[in-house]
Design a protein around this ligand. Structure first.
Ligand code: SF4
Length: 333
């Protein structure tokens, strides 16, 4: 590991100013991904700015009914928060599906959203990887790509985004608060935060230089029932082959509102507005779920070993829609 210097900051503006003063620095919170990357010298910051003690741990309701989650809130605390559990169960389920209890105790909301792909070629510094080194090529394209993307990928990169929480937040239509070194805060919908790989897979999101995520705000709970389902090779401590966040409202067996977002299938959480349109106004019956699953995967492309993920994603959505339609509403009236 390359040697580095370290400082701990106690307020967000100081954090941004410290980052602006040191272009070779990185923010660190739980460090559950960054430390691994530093050990492998994939990330080589000369200076770490510890933002884990910032006063950004509150999870609070706002006057208009939104929920504001501080960026330093631990994943365990967010998953166990009573408001999250009762009004946003899809978010709680997604958090509890991620990593292990120990990691969730360390990992922060902001860090979770910025974690990097788990493409094994990205972590193997002997392999070609455009994300690690622009122009190097992509070893996964014709290699072991069982876990890789089926939507939105390019010849430059077929990696997937690893966060479960980001998938639930995408279905919920969350926004992110980003603080700049000039002390201005901008708000970005999570659907506009992440980037597809294009020809620049090393640029993964639209965070500007030295900006700090200070909070995530979730709109008032949507009507309907919620579910996060994650399909993976083992029951815990594993990333998704495919996951899906579903929010479904029905009235007299007709679907009145639908939200669908996939994880494990693309370089970013993948909201399927096509599936949502195919569901809304339709009867809550298996043929509707099948039509939504088919249209959601209409543009999917397999790269060999991951061809099976197209059917897996269809079946995961179809099954989850049926389950959610059969659920009793768990939110307090
Ligand atoms: Fe690198 Fe992306 Fe290719 Fe993986 S899929 S080797 S991260 S360029």
């Amino acid at each position: 590991m390359k040697s580095f210097t370290y400082e701990r900051v106690t307020d967000p503006r100081t954090a941004c100013a410290a980052a602006a003063a040191r272009p070779d620095s990185r923010f660190i919170s739980g460090g559950t991904n960054l430390i691994d990357l530093m050990r492998l010298e994939i990330e080589r910051p000369a200076h770490l700015i510890d933002v884990s003690r910032l006063p950004l741990t509150a999870i609070e309701e706002l006057p208009q009914g939104q929920l504001r989650i501080g960026a330093s809130a631990r994943n365990s605390d967010t998953a166990a928060n009573p408001i999250v559990r009762t009004r946003y169960p899809v978010l709680s389920e997604a958090l509890l599906a991620g990593a292990s209890g120990q990691l969730r105790n360390k990992a922060s909301v902001g860090g979770n959203l910025l974690q990097r792909t788990r493409c094994h070629y990205f972590y193997d510094t002997a392999s070609d990887c455009n994300k690690r080194q622009a122009g190097a090529g992509c070893a996964a394209l014709h290699g072991a790509n069982r876990n890789h993307a089926i939507l939105g990928a390019t010849e430059s990169c077929i990696a997937t985004h690893p966060s479960d929480m980001a998938v639930a937040l995408t279905a919920l239509g969350a926004t992110m608060s980003l603080l700049s070194p000039e002390s201005t805060t901008r708000t970005v919908p999570i659907g506009e935060f992440y980037r597809l790989p294009g020809t620049t897979p090393h640029v993964e999101n639209n965070l500007a230089a030295n900006e700090l995520i200070t909070a995530v705000t979730v709109p008032p709970p949507p009507s309907g029932r919620q579910r996060y389902r994650k399909v993976r090779d083992r029951a815990s401590y594993e990333f998704a082959l495919v996951s899906v966040a579903v929010i479904l409202a029905t009235e007299a067996d007709t679907i009145t509102d639908a939200r669908v977002a996939f994880g494990g299938v693309a370089h970013m959480p993948w909201r399927s507005t096509e599936a949502e349109a195919a569901l809304t106004g339709r009867p809550a019956i298996p043929s509707t779920y099948q039509a939504a699953a088919d249209i959601a995967m209409e543009s999917a492309v397999g790269r060999g070993e991951n061809d099976f993920k197209i059917d897996l994603a269809r079946n995961t959505l179809r099954r989850t829609l049926a389950d959610v339609a059969a659920m009793t509403d768990r939110r307090p009236s």
